[in-house]
Ligand binder design. Structure first.
Ligand SMILES: O=C(O)[C@H]1O[C@H](OP(=O)(O)OP(=O)(O)OC[C@H]2O[C@@H](n3ccc(=O)[nH]c3=O)[C@H](O)[C@@H]2O)[C@H](O)[C@@H](O)[C@@H]1O
Length: 431
């Protein structure tokens, strides 16, 4: 019986075999070696391709972030439908910040009277985005389409102007809030400065150029002590970065008016409040806390003087915005070239009757029928100004602006909305 060795290493007649086996073995080894080399090469190529692709996506991440949610035939069709004008001599308006407080109200008012409206909003989470989504569905129900995107996305804005020859832009997208600027300064620069410039660049290049109406702020008056605040008063002493970016916006829009012939109207809003408002604002967060039995912090000014605001009801602000669009006058430029002087206007949109913060709280207590737990503290150096008070005679004259809702009435409407929207279940409000 051949031994195992013999089987593997047979005697002389099988030398060839042995050689062959050797050769085969060598070939096999070579072949195995080359297969594994190939395998390694393949692995290497796969890894290379994968890293190239991920590098590409890293490089592209900025534009991918912007472009992910827009484009396509269906998308364009929705924009065209939304922009359609349903009245004679109507306008087609691009409303930025359309899912925001003022933006949603203005969009609805324009649509109601037959203007074409296309919204854009980035739905950021500065405050509860579910409120923005709720506003969005309200607008959708009225046939208003809101593009989900950022005003810093130049390609998107240009595309919107390609699809629709907007006659007007109502620019309300912004990083709002006075005190939050200390926490997140860059978001103010991103939206209120960089975003504004991106939008104005698109407006400048559009043919025909739209007229631009945009939201400045009463905060530009900063430490101004002359009362009431008039448009010609000094605005070079901002008390917060927020105010500084709004003031910068006024200067930036002026240059676009001057160089490119864009018609520009800046609106200095005075502490706007009302249904579907902003949860970060005092009247809103006080309501929430009072209903939940939580304390509210009331800031007090120097020498124990109460802070006061010229609180302005949303419906009055909407009238001011629509009046501004109606009287804006045409831009004169086209394709980035100025053809003549165009209007540049700034208006206060306030209520002309400041109310102190403690009085605001008393009114809320009355409407809510719940006592507030007050925590009164000296105003920290957080960018707040002690009071605001608008002189609105210019807006009255030029826009027919005439506020009709006092704080008592306006807060009653707000509280009614709040209780309907969030429910009467005081202790467990949903937000
Ligand atoms: O008029 C404007 O231009 C500005 O109005 C508001 O800013 P503000 O007037 O500070 O409104 P709130 O944040 O609602 O504050 C109202 C008053 O309540 C006071 N407050 C606020 C919060 C708080 O916890 N306690 C408190 O006493 C503030 O100091 C202020 O005097 C908006 O938040 C800004 O976006 C807007 O630009």
């Amino acid at each position: 019986m051949p031994s195992l060795e013999e089987e593997l290493f047979p005697s002389t007649p099988g030398k060839f075999k042995i050689d062959r086996a050797h050769t085969m073995n060598r070939q096999f080894n070579r072949c195995f070696a080359s297969t594994s080399t190939m395998f390694l090469w393949a692995l290497f190529l796969i890894a290379l391709t994968a890293s190239y692709l991920s590098f590409q996506s890293f490089v592209d991440s900025g534009s991918r972030y912007f472009t992910a949610s827009w484009g396509g035939i269906q998308w364009e069709k929705q924009i065209r439908n939304s922009a359609q004008i349903h009245r004679s001599k109507g306008m087609s308006v691009l409303v930025t910040g359309a899912a925001g407080f003022v933006g949603s109200h203005v969009s609805l008012a324009l649509k109601k009277r037959g203007d074409g409206v296309v919204g854009i909003d980035n739905f950021n989470n500065y405050y509860d985005p579910s409120l923005k989504k709720a506003r969005k569905s309200l607008l959708n129900n009225q046939g208003i389409f809101i593009v989900e995107g950022d005003i810093n996305d130049a390609r998107l804005i240009a595309k919107l102007f390609d699809i629709v020859g907007f006659t007007h832009v109502m620019h309300l997208a912004a990083q709002a809030g006075v005190r939050y600027a200390m926490e997140n300064p860059h978001s103010y620069v991103h939206s209120n400065i960089a975003g504004l410039v991106t939008l104005l660049e698109a407006c400048k290049l559009a043919n025909p150029q739209p007229s631009v109406v945009w939201a400045s702020s009463s905060s530009v008056y900063g430490l101004n002590e002359k009362v009431p605040f008039s448009e010609s008063d000094r605005t070079d002493q901002p008390a917060s970065l927020y105010a500084a970016t709004k003031k910068a916006g006024e200067e930036i829009t002026h240059t676009y008016n001057h160089i490119y012939g864009l018609s520009v109207t800046g609106l200095r809003f005075f502490t706007v409040y009302g249904p579907f408002g902003r949860p970060d604002m005092a009247y809103f967060s006080f309501t929430r806390n009072i209903l939940q039995g939580k304390p509210i912090t009331i800031y007090r000014g120097k020498n124990r003087v109460d802070l006061a605001r010229d609180f302005t009801y949303i419906d009055d602000i909407v009238k001011g915005c629509v009046g501004s669009l109606d009287t804006s006058g045409k831009s004169t430029g086209s394709g980035g070239k100025k053809r003549g002087p165009a209007p540049y206007r700034i208006f206060n949109l306030g209520n002309t009757s400041p109310v102190t913060v403690p009085t605001l709280v008393k009114i809320l207590e009355r409407h809510l029928r719940v006592k507030a737990k007050r925590n009164i503290v000296d105003m920290p150096g957080n960018g707040d100004v002690p009071f605001t008070h608008a002189n609105i005679s210019l807006a009255q004259r030029e826009l027919g602006y005439k506020p009709t809702t006092d704080l008592e009435t306006g807060l009653k409407k707000f509280v009614k909305w709040y209780l309907t929207y969030y429910g009467y279940n005081r202790g467990k409000a949903v937000h």
